[in-house]
Design a protein around this ligand. Structure first.
Ligand SMILES: [Zn+2]
Length: 433
């Protein structure tokens, strides 16, 4: 028997144990970074050309540690590596990457934003990721030059090209979060514009807040999602709103109501997405602003016919659902919400933004009539099974065209999907730089 075995049990100070344990966890986390980066370099073909960038990434996390924002950023990268390594979705990711690169590069490499500050390194490569990453919830405070942008695509309906109209929206999130001062610049202007108007609201349980303050608070909560939709429309035009209607019906079914939103008054939290019934109508307002009046009218007609109860006395409702019994806080006439949005859309599309080197957003991206003509012609060709297009037909046109074709002839969904996929791969092989 070993000497001393029958001594009384010795227990360390618990603080000391926790300290030592914490430092071991930190070392293990950084070791985790090295393991995944090594995997990416050696075993994931799409990362092979980016060895130096990945090593820089490792160096960065080595110095900064994995806390707060950095931990979320790292998890987004790790999820990306894992999905690419698994290879299960390679056929889809190959094509979604083509669409994302087209739009992402168009924006970040645009000469007008050459001197704008963003968190992207000069040659940042966008990689799509199917599913949610933690990435887009956070605005990073550090200034790492990010060699890789993770573009998350909701995984639910990856089976059809026209559902990838979510990609331009997600690119919008990326730009919103990673161009320095984008949010600040744009919100400053919107706040000022809204403060010059009066708005009618109908308070129920909620008192003590002026119409102006209510409207301003709502738009502040909705700002990022709305801007992401602006990107969707500026990249793909009317097709984006067609698909937005689809999504809004699903959102309304999930929420159990098309015209109400949740507002937790104590925590001052609200749903981040505009009310389901309103959201496609915001899209139509934007379409009219960029010259698609007829298309917007047709889309609104279909939308109101989908929810005939919203035709008379249409209003939006905000409820606090913390208690068993939901509390109706206030209602706002739909027209009043749309009127407030008209002020916002003008600023977003046609005001110079400091963060974009004093350019207009619409100087950098804009879906105009020639784009629409291309999309409509390509839509007809997709329905004929054509899958090779000229260089002028960009992936964003193909994306828009796939939706137009699907709307025109839904029975031919398979043909449209397959032709569009082939068309995108043809673009990558023959026309991409
Ligand atoms: Zn979003």
């Amino acid at each position: 028997l070993k000497k001393g075995f029958n001594q009384p049990l010795r227990l360390a100070k618990i603080d000391e144990l926790i300290d030592i344990e914490d430092s071991r966890v930190q070392v293990a986390e950084l070791d985790d970074v090295s393991r995944w980066i090594e995997l990416a370099i050696n075993n994931i073909p799409c990362f092979a050309p980016h060895v130096n960038d990945l090593l820089k990434m490792e160096e960065y996390f080595d110095e900064s540690g994995l806390e707060g924002d950095d931990l979320h950023l790292w998890r987004a990268y790790r999820n990306l590596f894992a999905q690419r390594y698994a290879g299960v979705y390679d056929d889809i990711l190959e094509v979604t990457d083509i669409i994302a690169s087209d739009m992402f590069n168009h924006f970040v490499r645009h000469p007008l934003v050459k001197n704008s500050k963003s968190r992207f390194a000069s040659g940042t490569i966008p990689f799509t990721f199917l599913g949610r990453t933690e990435d887009y919830y956070y605005t990073y405070t550090h200034d790492m030059e990010r060699p890789v942008a993770v573009i998350s695509i909701p995984q639910g309906r990856v089976s059809s090209v026209w559902n990838w109209l979510a990609i331009p929206h997600e690119i919008g999130h990326n730009i919103f979060s990673h161009f320095m001062d984008f949010e600040k610049d744009i919100w400053e202007k919107i706040r000022r514009a809204l403060s010059h108007s009066r708005f009618v609201i109908n308070p129920k349980k909620m008192k003590k807040m002026s119409g102006k303050k209510v409207i301003r608070t709502i738009w502040h909560f909705w700002l990022e999602e709305t801007i992401a939709d602006v990107f969707g429309i500026l990249f793909t035009g009317p097709s984006f709103v067609m698909s937005r209607q689809d999504d809004a019906i699903k959102a309304a079914n999930q929420a159990g109501s098309v015209n109400s939103s949740i507002w937790d008054i104590d925590q001052m939290l609200m749903t981040k997405h505009p009310t389901a019934f309103l959201r496609p109508l915001l899209g139509s307002v934007m379409l009219r602003e960029i010259g698609f009046r007829d298309e917007a009218d047709r889309l609104d007609e279909r939308w109101y016919n989908t929810y005939p109860e919203m035709k008379e006395n249409p209003e939006l409702i905000w409820v606090d659902d913390k208690e068993v019994e939901k509390t109706e806080l206030l209602t706002i006439p739909l027209d009043e919400m749309l009127r407030s949005f008209e002020k916002i859309v003008d600023i977003v599309l046609y005001h110079r933004l400091g963060c974009l080197n004093d350019s207009l957003l619409t100087d950098i991206i804009r879906f105009d009539n020639p784009d629409y003509v291309i999309a409509k012609v390509v839509a007809m060709e997709l329905l004929e099974g054509t899958c090779e297009f000229a260089r002028t037909v960009k992936p964003r046109h193909l994306l828009a065209a796939s939706r137009i074709a699907f709307e025109t002839d839904p029975e031919n969904a398979d043909l449209i999907h397959n032709s569009a996929i082939q068309g995108l791969i043809h673009f990558k092989k023959h026309h991409s730089d």
